[in-house]
Design a protein around this ligand. Sequence first.
Ligand SMILES: *[C@@H]1O[C@H](CO)[C@@H](O)[C@H](O)[C@H]1NC(C)=O
Length: 302
Amino acid sequence: MAPMFHFKECFAVILLLLAGLNFTSGGKLLVIPMDGSHWLSMKPVLKQLRQNGHEMLIVAPEINVHIKPSEDIYSLKTYPVPFTYQEMDENIRAFGNQVFEDLPFLVMVARTIERLKKTSAFFLAGCTHLLNNQELMRYLEQSKFDALFTDPMLPCGQIVAEYLGIPSVFFLRGIPCGFDSEATQCPSPPSYVPRTFTRYSDHMTFAQRVKNMLFRLSESFLCSFVYSPYANLASEFLQRDMTVAELLSNGSVWLMREDYVSNFPKPLMPNMIPIGGINCAGREPLSQVCTFFYSFIFKSLG
Ligand SMILES: *[C@@H]1O[C@H](CO)[C@@H](O)[C@H](O)[C@H]1NC(C)=O
């Protein structure tokens, strides 16, 4: 009889411990999101994290498109930036309109680079103003967060994580320039893994493999003017020299919104987790226009 009694006691203690764990499971999360559609994909995750008992502080530029207060899910702290809503809006519109312009190829490339430079200047200015905002940075330091949740497309979040000395979780659709494979030291053979924007698959002809390789080399030019300012910013702010890939290499987990239904299989490191299904969280019935469009496509495909 005695051992049975012990078992029951043990059981009760374990139950109590589990209950206790449940109460303390909520962590304190600092979130540095990226504005625009990136934020719209992140929001349902934050909602779920809140339901699981986590506390979250979002830090975002005062001038932004989608990031608005939502007291029941998270608290929001904004910081001043050196541009107006109108300037930002004009830039976004110009970028959007350009897609529909019919321009000669080289003119289009030149314009795209010009636009990209302007757009990344907005983001960079935002990041610089966040890091130089001593009051806000001190507040973040004192808040003692458990981890940082960020979209590494803008490496600003990881600079903050390094500064605060906390682990970071990346949430991303993708990142240009192969920073994901470089930072995680994940194999990414150009004969098998198509580079972003090439529209190739994992089955490439010899010519396509060569082009994929060339594309990879030419990327470094584009990547350097968009991303090298962040390497400088991080090196200056953290007072040690680093490249963007080195900076991102300290990310603990890469939650990648990719799925083998819409993306091709490729090597992944153990801390890269495909979570493509998350894009279906906010599903709704197709609109009439979409339904018509899809049935038209499927009919013509026979
Ligand atoms: C990554 O983290 C380690 C340990 O905290 C630190 O020593 C190192 O400087 C970090 N690397 C970068 C590039 O920040």
